[in-house]
Design a protein around this ligand. Structure first.
Ligand code: AMP
Length: 277
């Protein structure tokens, strides 16, 4: 695996390459979920590029940024074992040569007003800024992202359409721990007991999916919130939405693709998850 820190070196390597390129952007502290994206890209594309960059402009909470886990040596080892061709590992000054106060505002619209958009002001603008910059640097034909960050996938899909970017977004399924907890770099900061209690997040989503033929969404939502709070989770939201555009639904509608999305806190760590209905 080739490790590259500067965009000019990345371009030198990739300009000579003519075929498709798969790209997996990450913030490091890698787990099997990340590796599944690398494997998918490897299976489908002749060249796979991964980036590790903890993007300061997408953290609305400075403490979350400071505490974001870093396990670089292990990440490099895992990416090498997974057969990644190039690891792009830029410094903040490489991605933000004029500083992180960019003043750039993407037209995110509705997606910035609901769910994580509502609870993390500025987050999706930061995501849009960095994804656009990384796509300009790597110039991939295929972009691999995880459905775990469901709303992020829709924001990036919209970005690609709005900016006419020549890349195809491929969304990949969520990898989970054996207890159902969605794998996440932030899980490393949970205590061993916390990791067990955090599985209530997935259980609450399953409860809604399994009950949808018998009960209304508001009833199941209340029961699911109870599942979470009894395990010590502090829910931020747990909502039913149209999976195509995230417009919120007051009850199940079989004519629509549906998804339930949730965010909750445990031991000061913010967990998100979602499940298709
Ligand atoms: P992150 O490093 O958290 O920014 O994630 C990098 C990419 O990995 C994003 O596209 C995520 O959606 C994806 N990802 C994170 N967790 C998982 C998971 N448990 N399963 C599959 N993909 C994931």
């Amino acid at each position: 695996m080739l490790l590259v820190k500067h965009i000019r070196d990345l371009r030198k390597r990739l300009d000579a390459h003519r075929g498709p390129i798969g790209f997996v952007p990450t913030m490091g502290a890698l787990h099997e979920g990340h590796i599944s994206l690398i494997q998918r890209s490897r299976a489908e594309q002749p060249v796979t590029v991964c980036s590790i960059f903890i993007n300061p402009t997408q953290f609305n909470d400075p403490k979350d940024f400071e505490k974001y886990p870093v396990t670089l040596e292990r990440d490099i080892e895992l990416l090498g074992l997974a057969g990644t061709d190039i690891l792009f590992l830029p410094e903040v000054s490489e991605m933000y040569p004029s500083g992180t106060d960019t003043g750039i505002q993407y037209p995110i619209g509705y997606l910035d007003t609901v769910l994580d958009g509502q609870f993390r002001p500025g987050h999706f603008n930061g995501v849009s800024i960095i994804v656009h910059k990384l796509l300009s640097a790597v110039q991939p034909t295929h972009l691999y992202m995880g459905e775990k960050d469901f709303q992020q996938c829709l924001v990036v899909k919209q970005l690609i359409e709005q900016q006419h970017l020549p890349v195809k977004l491929i969304t990949c399924p969520t990898l989970r721990e054996t207890n159902g907890l969605a794998m996440s770099s932030r899980n490393m900061r949970l205590s061993p007991e916390g990791r067990q209690f955090a599985s209530a997040m997935y259980q609450s989503l399953q409860h809604i999916r399994d009950g949808q033929k018998e009960k209304s969404f508001p009833v199941l939502q209340a029961e699911a919130l109870l599942v979470q709070t009894q395990a010590g989770l502090e829910p931020e939201y747990l909502l039913l939405a149209d999976a195509d555009n995230l417009s919120l639904l007051s009850d199940f509608d079989v004519r629509k693709n549906m998804v339930v999305l949730a965010a909750s806190r445990l031991e000061g760590i913010r967990l998100i998850d979602n499940l298709r209905m």
